[in-house]
Design a protein. Structure first.
Length: 207
């Protein structure tokens, strides 16, 4: 990868990390670069495999609502439709963390955010799957929407999750040392509220 030189003088003995790199710092052509920019590469969405079916998801137009009924009988009559699934087919909750399993594969009796999956369709082609979504009839009871977390924790009359009083799904307390004593002994204490924009990390896994 390169050479490292040792430099000595009357004051210092150290290693000089100036290297003659053979790879680092060089522009190396991507093996798939030319094929991608010329449109020759097939991406996942371009692949057509034997016996492949197409799936589409019907999403909620409401941020908070009860699902009173879902009628997909007309969708099932459409030639080429293989199956329709709803939240009733996904009754087991899950969560990113085990102690807060409150998510479902599709909305189960209630939608809690705009665009939440309500039903899904499997069909022989994409056009048929999209037509099937249009034939699914969902009846909603629209509920009040809480968009401020500070207001949400003060409200118990509107619960996002029925088993979470004041909309607190989970509360964890971590205390290190004696913060009360530290504040008391501090020469200066500043108390202020801070707000930031929504942030999300960049996924590196292939979704």
């Amino acid at each position: 990868m390169g050479k490292m030189y040792e430099v000595s003088n009357k004051y210092h003995n150290y290693k000089d990390y100036t290297r003659e790199f053979t790879e680092v710092g060089r522009s190396i052509p991507r093996l798939d670069g030319a094929a991608k920019v010329t449109g020759k590469v097939l991406y996942t969405d371009d692949l057509v495999l034997p016996r492949m079916v197409y799936g589409k998801i019907l999403r909620s137009p409401h941020a908070h609502a009860k699902i009173l009924s879902i009628d997909y009988s007309e969708a099932m009559k459409l030639p080429g439709v293989l199956a329709v699934a709803t939240g009733e087919d996904c009754p087991i909750p899950y969560g990113i963390v085990p102690h807060n399993a409150n998510e479902y594969g599709m909305a189960n009796g209630k939608v809690r955010c705009w665009g939440e999956a309500v039903a899904s369709v499997a069909a022989l082609d994409e056009v048929t799957a999209e037509k099937a979504l249009e034939l699914i009839k969902v009846e909603y009871e629209v509920l009040e929407v809480l968009i401020d977390p500070r207001e949400a924790v003060k409200r118990d009359d509107v619960r996002i999750h029925e088993n979470a009083p004041n909309n607190i799904a989970y509360e964890g307390v971590q205390v290190y040392g004696d913060p009360d004593a530290a504040l008391k002994e501090s020469a200066f204490v500043l108390e202020q509220e801070y707000y930031s924009s929504y942030v999300t990390h960049g996924f590196i896994e292939p979704h």
